[in-house]
Design a protein around this ligand. Structure first.
Ligand code: NAG
Ligand code: NAG
Length: 393
């Protein structure tokens, strides 16, 4: 079934304490996950409409007041002075997605159908697709052991630009950066890659074989025979084995299981889409900028990696900061109230991508000035990917 998910209604959640080490891990830990972290159990197709306006609105909503850098002049990189981030603010925003599965019917639908077609969510309705082989005997054990699924998964090659990150696992990917699902007619890695290439923000995909029920399990058909689906899910981040945690579920008495799960990612070879008003995207090579004295603010957006959130946040912060006349006393090259540069990166916890982290700076930096790597904090390992810097001119 088709669903449309919009990025909409991001809401600023909490203004937390200043970021002592560049990132306030406690507030990130407290941030809720996006409403969708993988395909719904009975879905066979789902696409997201990327909406620039909602990304702009979400970024702007992260601004809660005038904010300035603590340093009153530009700073040498790695300066030991002015390390107090006392006027920086850190916010966590949360995305709420609206889901709509109702498209207008052209004619009055028959009772019990959707637009005159069989509604796969009806009790005992025939389930769509099922292009894979019928496994006999029709058991979970036979499906899990079916040799073809494993040889295909192990033989798969990464499409151009992608790197394979895992092969032939028995779990599918779940996580914060879900961007959609399609069901394929074969274990078609290039086609899944093409779906990712044509989807805004997509930089990773997961292809797998799923044992699904042939009928929607209901009291009158508690244990239908199985069908085999090739599924392709898209992600706004890298995908790695630590995300391949969905090893199936029960639908009534029917047991859904997964085999031959492969992951591919192109985060290291993807330049983000341009952010209007911002120039010279620079690849910070897996490290973040962390310059507390020139930092105007930071914000975190759970969900797919999208620098436009940071650009919108920076733009809205500058618009608000420019209102007081104090703005005018500063030179064009350094103004503690003006964000001239932002860093946008995907923050990962124990290998799992969580969302876009933004740092706003009064001064412009080079890619080589990005030296921060959070690493171990207590028992959690925090990592960074897709770290990019953007300048205002
Ligand atoms: C189950 O089958 C019975 C007998 O055929 C029928 O009366 C009943 O409506 C069915 N229940 C559902 C949920 O379809
Ligand atoms: C991407 O680059 C980082 C280093 O910047 C490296 O650690 C990581 O393994 C790379 N990822 C892939 C999938 O190649």
């Amino acid at each position: 079934m088709y669903q449309t998910v919009l990025f909409a209604g991001f809401v600023a959640l909490a203004a937390a304490s200043p970021a002592a080490q560049g990132i306030d891990f406690a507030s990130i830990n407290a941030a809720p996950s996006p409403s969708m972290t993988g395909p719904p159990v009975s879905a066979n197709s789902e696409s997201f409409n990327y909406d620039t306006a909602s990304a702009n609105a979400a970024g702007s909503a992260a601004v809660t007041g005038i904010a300035s850098a603590s340093a009153s002049g530009s700073q040498a990189v790695n300066s030991k002075r002015n390390l107090s981030p006392s006027t920086t603010t850190q916010k966590v925003s949360t995305g709420t997605s609206t889901t709509s599965s109702s498209t207008a019917c052209a004619t009055v639908p028959e009772a019990g159908t959707s637009c005159g077609f069989i509604n796969p969510e009806d009790p005992c309705a025939v389930q769509p697709d099922g292009y894979g082989p019928h496994v006999t005997p029709d058991t979970v054990a036979a499906f899990t052991a079916y040799a073809e699924f494993h040889t295909q998964a192990q033989a798969a090659r990464a499409p151009a630009g992608y790197t394979q990150t895992f092969a032939d696992l028995d779990g599918s990917v779940n996580g914060n950066t879900y961007l959609g699902l399609s069901t394929l007619q074969s274990y078609d890695v290039p086609l899944c890659g093409q779906h990712c290439d044509s989807t805004a923000l997509c930089t990773g995909f997961n292809i797998y074989v799923e044992r699904d029920p042939s009928l929607n399990p209901s009291p009158n058909c508690t244990l239908p025979s199985s069908i085999t689906n090739y599924k392709c899910t898209l992600w706004g981040s890298s995908v790695d084995a630590s995300l391949a945690t969905n090893d199936g579920q029960n639908r009534g008495l029917f047991q859904v299981v997964i085999a031959g799960s492969d992951g591919f990612t192109k985060t290291n070879t993807t330049t983000p889409a341009p952010c209007p008003g911002w120039q010279h995207p620079q690849d910070c090579g897996g490290r973040a900028h962390n310059h507390p004295s020139t930092c105007i603010g930071t914000s975190f957006f759970p969900g797919p990696y999208d620098p436009l959130l940071c650009a919108s946040y920076a733009q809205a912060q500058n618009a608000l900061n420019a209102k007081p006349s104090s703005w005018k006393q500063w030179t064009r090259s350094y103004n503690p109230l003006q964000c001239n540069f932002f860093n946008a990166f995907m923050l990962k916890k124990n290998g799992k991508p969580l969302g876009t982290y933004c740092g706003l700076y009064a001064q412009t930096y080079g890619a080589g000035d990005a030296t921060y790597s959070p690493g171990w904090q207590g028992s959690d390992y925090w990592g960074i990917e897709s770290s990019w810097g953007f300048s205002i001119n």
